[in-house]
Design a protein around this ligand. Sequence first.
Ligand code: ARG
Length: 576
Amino acid sequence: MQAFVDTIRAAIAAATGLPDAEIRLESPKNPEQGDLAFPCFALAKAQKAAPPAIAAALAPKLAAALSGIACTATGPYLNFQIERGALARTILGEIEARGAAFGSSTEGAGRTIVIDYGSPNIAKPMHVGHLRSTILGMALVRLHQALGYRTVGINHIGDWGAQFGALVVALRRWRGEVDLERDPVMGLLALYQRSKAAIDEKSASYDAAFAKEARDAYRELESGTDGDVRKQWRWVTQVSLAAFAKTFARLGVAHDLVRGESYFESHLQPTIARVEAAGVAEVSQGALVVMLGEIDKGLKETPCLLRQSDGTTLYATRDLAAVFDRWKEFEFERCLYVVGGEQKLHFRQLKAVLKRMGLAWEPRVEHVDFGLLLGPGRVKIASRKGAVLVLDELLDEVVDAARERVKEKSAGLANLEAVAEQVGIGALVFNDLKRERIKDVIFEKDEVTSFEGETGPYVMYTHARSCSILRKAAAAGEGGAEPDWRAIASASPVLLQLGRFPTVVRTAAAKAEPSELAQYLLGLCREYNSWLAERGNKVLGEAPAVTSARLALVRGVKIAIANGLRLLGLAAPEEM
Ligand code: ARG
């Protein structure tokens, strides 16, 4: 597709003298008018003429200059229509040649994208917010990789903070009262919740002695002493990480770095010193803060807290330390934080501090926020057993639903279990990615696992169906003839959609919006399935030249879908 765009742009440049940067082609509002359009408004000033008159004068000149591409004027627009045979040959030829690399490029070579995603907290199970972060983050990693960037996926585990002082005290006092053997994370959660109440002055279970011991314990942890507190904390970290690893593996995620907040322990004092040296820190009610009102009026009342009056540090201190470290190590093009909208204030503060410090790379730091994941009726998704949702349970549920669907569709499938897992997880992932990320996601397992509608299984099934056509063709020895491209003239909406794939990958990455790709895939499948359903578009058993052309289209679509699914983190089973 790019080849056509380049040819047309060169012809416009030659005919008008416009600089390259000003020649932007669009998709015509009405696809009947052409495949690409050029609005003539930019020329009006220089030529002192109305855009429609300019378009009318240019059309015959461009039509004569371009071969295989028709050019007509419609109002202020020049519309270009690529000859159908050339369109099919070029686009399908490119897909065939590039295969699994179709859609990818090297434009990001030499540049690094840091992506902070997943990032659960120890002593608690991963929740649905972490699930969304993981799914979105994984897609952003793959999209940037496809564009040739070096990506560094970081799991910024929440493993530091005052709450762990309280948890250690809870372990001292109540260890015998919970089961820490069978499911340590659930046991720790119970202790964690109980300890939170014990240090909360507003709670009925508030216990002043407990609260003091908890503060002392956190101070001991932060002091670096390798005593009992640290030993307990280390154990909590280990069992939690082991549990997270299982969930991540099931989702197909492997972080490049697991760097929890505790990693920055030795960076905390230097970080504070650096902010102080920049002259932006001040003491307020015994705490060290950075006032942000000058940078961002909305933050007037919410300074960034770097150090509490008792000397301990905060979430923000650790994030500052982390971002300094990331910049030093990677000089990133972008540092993306895939974290829910609840933390908007935190990241706004973080960026404002960087700005106040005069750090030129501040705009490269981006909070990629997202909405909630809710159950039908917009209620919080709960688990079968209790209030806390265990992610693995949700995954099991969706895989069970997918297994039933697959059994219905392809009875006797040899690798049913593996396919059910791929389809189930894929259904969940696609459902999370198909809408703009800031919107809330409603998870309804029967809906998301359906093979029809705007679902992952629908896209996967379209792929599997294409694989089946190709298998039958191979078995019957069809598809070897020289293609007659006129046999897919009516498929030009599908071809144009295929041609857009590389652009969609680029925009989805640039906007950190995987939904652009998910929506693209739905559109491609819709166009393609309706073309296949049209009478007269039979693929197999036609005249050899006709079958060859149609098989090339099937193969092109199959490759684009497989590549798109892969970038979103879904599998593309050949049978389902
Ligand atoms: N652990 C945090 C949470 O669960 C998310 C961390 C996000 N990353 C970061 N650098 N702050 O809420």
